[in-house]
Design a binder for this molecule. Structure first.
Ligand SMILES: [Zn+2]
Length: 108
């Protein structure tokens, strides 16, 4: 039982460390290698494309006797795929970088 008091905080710390590393890596400067070096200086949308995707949704149904059953079904959601063109600059060495990336958002 007491082992939980050790494991849970350790897992939380590991989760935070992983999140920090992930954010550091995505903004790591390719020229000087400095983590969190890149700062976004420009972001513009170059295209958007509508689409659909299937997601699983959980629904609860209550019958007349008050019994609750949970069902999972596939629902189609509309998405919009945005393509961005952005620029980043390193705070450390002023290295400039251009990046094109996509973001998919559910529109309803
Ligand atoms: Zn740099």
């Amino acid at each position: 039982m007491e082992i939980l008091f050790v494991i849970v905080p350790v897992l939380i710390v590991l989760g935070i460390v992983a999140a920090v590393i992930a954010s550091g890596l995505t903004s790591k400067c390719p020229a000087c290698g400095k983590w969190w070096g890149l700062v976004q200086t420009e972001k513009k949308e170059i295209s958007r494309e509508p689409g659909v995707k299937m997601v699983k949704r959980k629904e609860q149904h209550k019958d007349s006797k008050g019994n609750v059953t949970q069902i999972e079904r596939d629902v189609q959601v509309r998405t919009m795929r945005f393509t961005y063109d952005g620029a980043f600059r390193c705070k450390q060495c002023s290295h400039e970088l251009k990046k094109i990336w996509e973001e998919v958002k559910e529109t309803w």
